[in-house]
Design a protein around this ligand. Structure first.
Ligand SMILES: Cc1cc2nc3c(=O)[nH]c(=O)nc-3n(C[C@H](O)[C@H](O)[C@H](O)COP(=O)(O)OP(=O)(O)OC[C@H]3O[C@@H](n4cnc5c(N)ncnc54)[C@H](O)[C@@H]3O)c2cc1C
Length: 417
């Protein structure tokens, strides 16, 4: 079959690769001049098998009002009270009922595990060398934080995923470069999580897909999609082209004038910052990834650089100015935990990236509700972790094979009443 993919981030590239492997003729349309220049550009790099990243689904418990307050407090720019933001946060809190949260966490972990398996198969098949390190630490500052993680730890136990609770001494032995461990009450060590360079991986997959016949058309923006009969895409140049299937991998939903899905109100965009700095002294740097649970900040070692991510600006895309308070906090957190690790003069990059979140935190993967039109987007906090899994599930659906995991939980139709 002749298939178009819109978007060449890690999700579009891995989807193209899967579909080409299944024997289809695939063309990828990307508005930027190169691959993985948008959300996949400088993300936190954490391949999070445990599904515990900040802003992940299934984070909060308690009454609806309590959950609403917790969700709201995560947002660093307090214009949450704008009516559409307020409505979205309230709807997200409503969707996070205990029973549903448990199902999402369990499914999210299965999906993450599938993602890691598929990623590992690709790496070992092609014998790629991808920058990576093993394990993630979650630093907890007090007993209340540990109690808030009780449900998560139970999920990990139920899923037979290993973790260890470290006291300060064990933490120091485990991450010797860590300073300020006296402000840490305990840490959760997750050996199944890891750090891996997303951009490097996606470029390797792109090259493999090209060798497999996938045609990448860069600087080519899609401005319209008609789905009567065979789906037809319209390019910015005015040209149109028909395909048997079109898969939208644009991270956020296309605007309603490009594709009417009826899903706009169920998603929101949250921007976060990523600081990338060269490592000055490897012995002063973390061995792998850690997360300051209270601050919602992750620090990861990616090859010869450190990546520090944090902040959460709800529906602020398009704002030019960086929030200096958030950016300064990233610098301060890195220097607090790993003084002397960064070589700022040798190269420091500050980047703001956007993530699209659904009400339940799981992505939209499946039929868009129009013949031949499919979505694979809105991966929220875990897009890098889940990319190869959602690509596999979507390719299986298009090809008509049984899916590696049940796919109903990801269907975009779950939000359409
Ligand atoms: C600060 C930050 C930290 C993160 N940390 C982690 C982490 O530690 N672990 C994790 O698992 N995930 C993390 N993520 C999430 C992860 O990076 C994203 O979910 C993932 O990269 C999304 O990939 P994508 O391919 O869907 O989107 P993108 O990489 O944004 O790709 C979408 C592409 O579609 C193109 N496009 C859009 N519209 C059109 C159009 N009309 N025509 C043609 N092309 C179009 C865009 O130009 C873009 O290249 C983080 C994200 C951010 C922002």
């Amino acid at each position: 079959m002749k298939i178009a993919i819109v978007g060449a981030g890690v999700v579009g590239i891995t989807t193209a690769h899967e579909l080409a492997e299944a024997g289809h003729a695939v063309t990828v349309f990307e508005k930027n001049g190169a691959a993985s220049e948008s959300s996949s550009f400088a993300n936190g790099g954490i391949h999070c098998n445990s599904f515990t990243l900040p802003l992940s689904a299934a984070t909060f418990a308690g009454s609806k009002l309590r959950r609403f307050w917790q969700h709201t407090r995560q947002m660093s720019h307090s214009h949450w009270a704008a009516p559409s933001n307020f409505r979205w946060l309230w709807a997200r809190s409503s969707a996070a009922e205990a029973e549903r949260v448990s199902a999402i966490q369990t499914y999210g972990q299965q999906l993450a595990r599938l993602g890691m398996e598929v990623t590992d198969q690709l790496i070992s098949h092609h014998q790629w060398e991808v920058e990576q390190s093993e394990g993630q630490l979650i630093l907890l500052s007090n007993e209340a934080e540990l109690n808030r993680h009780a449900a998560r730890l139970q999920f990990l136990k139920d899923a037979e995923q290993s973790f260890r609770l470290l006291d300060r001494e064990e933490l120091e032995a485990h991450e010797p470069a860590l300073h300020g461990a006296d402000s840490v009450f305990k840490a959760i060590y997750l050996p199944g999580d890891r750090v891996m360079n997303c951009r490097q991986f996606s470029i390797l997959v792109k090259q493999a897909a090209q060798r497999n016949g996938v045609d990448f058309q860069f600087d080519t923006e899609i401005t319209g999609l008609h789905a009567q009969g065979k789906p037809q895409i319209r390019l910015k140049s005015g040209d149109t082209e028909s395909f048997d299937h079109v898969v939208i991998c644009t991270e956020s939903l296309p605007s309603e004038d490009v594709l009417k899905t009826g899903l706009q109100a169920t998603t929101a965009q949250i921007d976060s910052y990523a600081l990338s700095v060269a490592i000055r002294e490897p012995l002063n740097a973390p061995r792998s990834a850690l997360q300051d649970c209270k601050a919602g900040i992750t620090i990861a070692r990616i090859g010869k650089r450190l990546r520090v991510c944090g902040g959460a600006e709800l529906n602020k895309s398009g704002a030019d100015e960086h929030d200096k308070r958030v950016v300064n906090k990233l610098f301060r957190t890195l220097d607090q935990y790993f003084p002397g690790a960064a070589n700022y003069p040798a190269g420091t990059q500050i980047w703001r990236g956007s993530r699209t979140f659904t009400l339940d935190g799981l992505p939209l993967v499946g039929s868009a509700g129009l013949p031949g039109v499919w979505l694979n987007l809105a991966h929220g906090a875990n897009g890098w972790t889940l990319a190869t899994a959602s690509a596999r599930l979507l390719s299986e659906q298009i090809t008509g094979h049984s899916t590696s995991l049940p796919s109903e939980a990801l269907s975009p139709q779950r939000f359409i009443r």
